[in-house]
Design a protein around this ligand. Structure first.
Ligand SMILES: Nc1ncnc2c1ncn2[C@@H]1O[C@H](COP(=O)(O)OP(=O)(O)OP(=O)(O)O)[C@@H](O)[C@H]1O
Length: 416
């Protein structure tokens, strides 16, 4: 069953605008993850799809028909919550059988279905046990079994693994993904855990403050994120977010001026042409730790210089933290809503840098953030390792440089 949310808003009675004009299409059979920090509106979206919460405006389509007014039981959906509540006095078998008893199907058929599903969930040896004697992970499997037994067309899961420890979560997420894919049911899975989202999803929608920031496959939203927030949210180690001003310079390209350091995007780079309209404006540069490598060859001018402050051993790699004197950007500064008031810019800056005149820049919006200077994080997997206190030259993989505008949106179009 496909699910379409068309301009959906949810305003709670207290006035909390939890979901803003959400437009999403979830394909039939897809494992679709709603990802975002606590309070971003994920559960609200899920509950509206389930019919547990009314839409304030907009339309919900299920399997090609408008379902706004449809009662939960007429939607052919099953839901699993964080603590899938089980009937404590019924065995595992009794719990899983329960939905079939309500529909009064053939008991023999029901029993064989329970056995089959219990095998798939690794519960076949515990069918006669009571929930109180099971581990948290086993209880969640039973809750899933109970939801899946009715063979719903749409399976909704709200942080089903969040109460489990890390090891069990990693194990169960693989099993859940395999199981729901095998059933062919469309699945909408809510989590705030980016690893869970990346490893399980066919596609991910990233929500923040009730606004859809981005939607795409895990690779798309990782390599080609639409906003600073998405780039930062999906990055481990944290992505380097550097504050710069873009200057279009005739014979060179677009210079990304970070104060004491700069990088240049040549004119044949598609991002350079997208940046012309940002001439003189603040931009945010996103560089992941693995897009920086210690340079050993002759300087190319496309490097950043840093002073190594700390090294961390992570088993398969080292992470180094280097002071580079570049103001960093906090992704929390950007929201996709309020408009920042403009303040004038000093054109003298470009003249000081390049000693030439250029077109008048557009007014620079006020920078709301503080001017933190944190370290550049870079990854070392092979080759010589710098020592603490060393000065390093870091070659920047310009292909992987992400450039965001003053509202935190990518300056170049994302491919979807
Ligand atoms: N019944 C309610 N009445 C009023 N406000 C609510 C209600 N339920 C949720 N909200 C508010 O709506 C916003 C979104 O909540 P929601 O539970 O959908 O977020 P979430 O992303 O699922 O968060 P979490 O991961 O913490 O569960 C929050 O600000 C929350 O306080």
């Amino acid at each position: 069953m496909d699910v379409v949310l068309d301009g959906v808003n949810k305003i709670y009675p207290g006035g909390q605008h939890a979901v803003h004009d959400l437009r999403l299409r979830i394909e039939d059979g897809e494992l679709f993850v709603l990802l975002g920090p606590s309070g971003c509106g994920k559960s609200t979206v899920l509950r509206m799809i389930a019919g547990l919460e009314e839409l304030t405006s907009g339309d919900l389509w299920l399997g090609g028909s408008v379902a706004n007014g449809l009662s939960p039981r007429d939607r052919n959906v099953a839901m699993v919550f964080q603590n899938g509540a089980l009937y404590p006095h019924r065995s595992v078998r009794g719990n899983m059988m329960f939905p079939l008893e309500i529909t009064r199907g053939d008991p023999d058929e029901a029993r064989s279905k329970v056995r089959e599903l219990a095998r798939a969930l690794g519960l076949d040896s515990m069918l006669d046990r009571l929930p109180g004697t099971l581990s948290g992970g086993q209880r969640q499997r039973v809750a899933m079994g109970r939801a899946l037994i009715r063979e719903p067309a749409l399976f909704l899961m709200d942080e089903p693994l969040s109460s489990l420890d890390a090891g069990l979560r990693a194990e169960l997420r693989v099993e859940i993904a395999a199981l729901v894919r095998a059933t062919g049911a469309t699945t909408v899975y809510v989590t705030h855990d980016q690893v869970e989202a990346m490893t399980m999803a066919d596609r991910i929608a990233v929500l923040r403050e009730g606004v859809l920031e981005d939607v795409g496959t895990p690779e798309q939203i990782y390599h080609d994120p639409a906003t600073v927030f998405v780039a930062a949210f999906l990055s481990s180690p944290p992505i380097n977010l550097l504050r710069a001003t873009a200057w279009a310079v005739q014979d060179q390209g677009v210079v990304l001026d970070m104060g004491s350091q700069h990088l240049t995007l040549p004119w044949d780079d598609p991002r350079a042409s997208a940046l012309i309209s940002h001439h003189g404006a603040p931009v945010t540069i996103g560089v992941r730790a693995d897009a920086l490598t210690q340079a050993t060859s002759e300087p190319t001018g496309q490097e950043l210089i840093g002073h190594v402050r700390t090294l961390e051993f992570h088993g398969h790699e080292w992470l180094a933290y280097a002071e580079a004197g570049i103001p960093s950007v906090d992704p929390a500064e950007f929201t996709q809503r309020p408009i920042q008031p403009p303040t004038p810019v000093q054109p003298s800056r470009i003249r000081a840098l390049f000693g030439r005149s250029t077109p008048e820049p557009e007014p620079e919006p006020e920078r709301t953030g503080h001017h933190r200077r944190t370290d550049l994080i870079f990854r070392i997997t092979t080759g010589p390792r710098p020592a603490r206190g060393d000065d390093v030259r870091l070659a920047v993989d310009l292909e992987r440089l992400l450039v965001f505008d003053s509202k935190g949106r990518r300056v170049d179009p994302v491919a979807r």
